[in-house]
Design a protein around this ligand. Sequence first.
Ligand code: GAR
Length: 214
Amino acid sequence: MDRDMDRDMERQRRLRIGVLASGRGSNFQAIIDRVEDGTLPVEIAVLVVNNRDAGAVQRAERHGIPWHFIDHRGRSREEFEREVIAVLDEHRVELVVLAGFMRILTPLFIDHYRHRIINIHPALLPSFPGTHGQRDALEYGVKVSGCTVHFVDTSVDGGPIIIQRCVPVLEDDTEESLARRILEEEHRALPEAIRLYAEGRLRIEGRRVRILDG
Ligand code: GAR
């Protein structure tokens, strides 16, 4: 009984995250896996998708995580974002995680969660921002690429960088093979950045994010 109460209190203390996704949801799954294996001490309060067919939805269902579909089509960006904010606030979300969320957010949303939104991007920013980070890196001819987790500000993919992980670009790489190699690193980087945030170890100083000792 005491142990149950301890566990309940521990869950109540955990940082509540809300995940926004548009597709397959493998990064969302990486977060779920780290929470379930006990290495990421957060509560996944809610998943929001803007695409009814997003694979992320099945993952949420399988793991008993509340989810909401909010359609962005046929309405203004602000109207869409106001509804997302209402859902996140209703679930008392403290950190918003963009895990393959393919919509640009306006200042309305970003100001509401100032310094409380992080995004995973499949390239080493500030190179190759936008929707085709892996393809753009390959076509440019770089020999190293990777992924970036960063705080979201009103620029596109330009907020302060929390973590980057690199992979080599191989001679026979295609967009798909490079994307696969980068994705493996995304699955490490995103939960790690969330953990650092949850532990209160990230300090934004201008463009730099200082990682404090644990
Ligand atoms: C990931 O590669 C993520 O970095 C990318 O979409 C993919 C989503 O995969 N995000 C962006 O390109 C954002 N600009 P997932 O749905 O399997 O996590």
